[in-house]
Design a protein around this ligand. Structure first.
Ligand SMILES: CC(C)(COP(=O)(O)OP(=O)(O)OC[C@H]1O[C@@H](n2cnc3c(N)ncnc32)[C@H](O)[C@@H]1OP(=O)(O)O)[C@@H](O)C(=O)NCCC(=O)NCCS
Length: 196
């Protein structure tokens, strides 16, 4: 995956292999250590997670500073590492969409000091433009259910809606991850879908 968003607001995107992956892993751990996720990552587990995405992970820079990252995969490829995602397939098919033409947005993050400046929306728009060019019919993602999650309004603004089953129930995965402080171990992450 590669796309150019320089035309938008001066951001540039480069594949992971252009960077020191340990440095990116530290930024990755810093992002998900925050609420509402509060996840515990060691240098090694974060490095493993980052490396497993390879060049599907794109790092956004502005004036040589790293401002965030984004990663997407064909949904069917993400099923290999996340068999729990199979629960989303009937609902995707009920919408008349071809699961082979769905992309899964796995990561979207903007570093703290660059938030609220439009970079997150710009990264997401570029990614959506890119998957439209690839002939995708939809973008799937899952995100924390908490109303403290700043990404929820962003996705809603873009037209993402909850993925629901035939009874209207949200299709949700549960993530069990070591957490900071007294945060409960399991969090709920409903799927959201953008029909293209
Ligand atoms: C979610 C995230 C990527 C947004 O990045 P950003 O660059 O700050 O977002 P933008 O400045 O482009 O804002 C886009 C929209 O996001 C929403 N938003 C951003 N920050 C918000 C906040 N603190 N509270 C509520 N909504 C917020 C708004 O709808 C905003 O649109 P508006 O400015 O027209 O109101 C960023 O907060 C982040 O990296 N969070 C931690 C990682 C994360 O949660 N990623 C998504 C996981 S699925």
């Amino acid at each position: 995956m590669s796309f150019d968003i320089a035309k938008n607001i001066g951001l540039q995107l480069f594949p992971l292999s252009n960077f020191n992956s340990r440095e990116i892993a530290n930024l990755y751990a810093e992002i998900w250590r925050d609420g509402p996720y509060s996840e515990v990552w060691t240098e090694d587990t974060a490095h493993q997670a980052v490396s497993s995405m390879g060049d599907n992970l794109l790092v956004a820079t502005f004036d040589d500073a790293i401002i965030g990252f984004i990663a997407g995969f064909p949904f069917i490829q993400s099923l290999e590492s996340h068999p729990d995602f199979f629960c989303a397939t009937p609902a995707i098919q009920q919408l008349g969409l071809d699961v082979k033409k769905i992309d899964y947005l796995a990561e979207l993050a903007v570093m703290h000091s660059y938030r609220g400046l439009g970079y997150g929306a710009s990264l997401l728009q570029s990614y959506v433009d890119y998957v439209i060019d690839k002939g995708c019919e939809g973008v799937l993602l899952r995100t924390h259910a908490s109303n403290r999650n700043p990404a929820l309004p962003l996705y809603k603004n873009f037209g993402f809606t909850y993925l629901v089953d035939q009874t209207g129930k949200r299709i949700t995965t549960e993530v069990n991850h070591p957490r900071l402080g007294n945060i409960p171990e399991i969090d709920h992450r409903p799927f959201h879908l953008l029909k293209l």
